[in-house]
Design a protein around this ligand. Structure first.
Ligand code: SAM
Ligand code: SF4
Length: 336
């Protein structure tokens, strides 16, 4: 830890941030209700978004300061026409590159992803039922996404599947998801539903870590449920069922935060730095870059203001207070 002490990426709690998540776009080909507000979002004008070279230049600076892992996200990163160019540029950096996608069109990019050294992809899939997929995403792409998950596995990618659990929507599929890991070598990750602008979050819609585990324990004997060792800085608590090819995990941002080990920072598609998913304050790196200013002091200042827990939302009850999160963006414009 000592060696990072003076890094612009080390915050006042001595957390070093070596993981940068870059949102490539605010656009998406799905309309997931938990992410995209029903009335849509005010999109930034194209000229306010980072172009491929600007993304590369900002990423390069972060790598110089100690970033070792970059995840591309969005919106849906694959709807960006210059995605291949961005990927190629970033692949020249000495980092672990990864991608979060809804998989609607990922089969068109397998070769580029492999060439860029992407080994792991995180795919959003909140249900294993086609009609429910439409209810959640407002699009009829279930078959395509499901087949693309199979193709990703066949192509040798490590596949993690993110499912946001919501009461009354898909919490009845917890055991189906776990059963899915019997034959499928995927890491299924249950994500607690989190509040963002326009997503109609209610605390009672969030399915907690405890509730998920109780459900799993109701179907599998205690000696069948194996707690796995989590990777350093992992936000998920990982498990497998004896004999299953895949694993499952719980990401409990609401009921059980993991902020003390946080190593993540986020760059929005319009070039703003966010030191936390829930931060209501952002710093504009893109304008500084365009004005040929040094972005290091801005990065340092941004990190120095990072709160200990969820941007100041210490207890789960603070989520009930809309003032604490209503000035944050909607998830689609943050980049999850
Ligand atoms: N379009 C890509 C996708 O869906 O995977 C990448 C962007 S999406 C915003 C990134 C992740 O954020 C997804 O795994 C999604 O499930 C998660 N997410 C979005 N809104 C959320 C919410 N309200 N609570 C928890 N997770 C959320
Ligand atoms: Fe699009 Fe991903 Fe948000 Fe769904 S979660 S609307 S796929 S950005």
């Amino acid at each position: 830890m000592m060696k990072h002490q003076n890094s612009p990426l080390t915050d006042s709690f001595d957390r070093h941030h070596n993981y940068l998540r870059i949102s490539l776009t605010e656009r998406c080909n799905l309309r997931c209700s938990y992410c995209m507000p029903v009335d849509g979002v005010q999109l930034s004008p194209a000229e306010h978004l980072m172009n491929a070279n600007e993304i590369f230049s900002i990423a390069q600076t972060f790598v110089k300061f100690g970033v070792t892992k970059i995840r591309l996200t969005g919106g849906e990163p694959l709807v960006r026409k210059d995605f291949p160019e961005i990927l190629e540029l970033l692949s020249s950096l000495n980092v672990e590159l990864s991608l979060t996608s809804n998989a609607v069109s990922i089969d068109r990019h397998f070769e580029q992803l492999k060439k860029a050294g992407v080994k792991t992809v995180n795919i959003s899939l909140d249900t294993l039922k086609a009609s429910r997929f439409h209810d959640i995403t407002f699009r009829n792409y279930f078959d395509r996404v499901y087949q693309n998950v199979q193709k990703l596995i066949a192509e040798g990618f490590i596949v993690k599947i993110n499912a946001v659990l919501m009461r009354g929507i898909n919490e009845d599929e917890i055991l189906d998801f776990v059963a899915f890991t019997k034959e499928q070598p995927v890491a299924f990750r249950f994500i607690e539903f989190m509040p963002f602008d326009g997503n109609q979050w209610k605390r009672e819609k969030t399915i907690s870590y405890q509730e998920i585990m109780e459900k799993v324990q109701s179907a599998y004997a205690a000696d069948q449920i194996i707690r796995l060792k989590d990777a350093p800085n992992d936000t998920a608590k990982n498990y497998t069922i004896k004999g299953h090819k895949g694993t499952f995990a719980i990401i409990s941002t609401v009921t059980n935060p993991f902020c003390d080990q946080c190593n993540r920072i986020r760059l929005t598609a319009n070039g703003r730095l966010k030191n936390c998913l829930f931060s209501q304050k952002e710093n504009d790196l893109l304008t500084a870059l365009r004005n040929k200013q040094d972005i290091e002091p801005i990065i340092r200042m941004n990190l120095s203001k990072k709160f200990a827990i969820r941007s100041g939302m210490d207890g789960p009850e603070s989520f009930e207070n809309p003032d604490k999160h209503k000035q944050n963006r909607s998830m689609i414009t943050i980049g999850g």
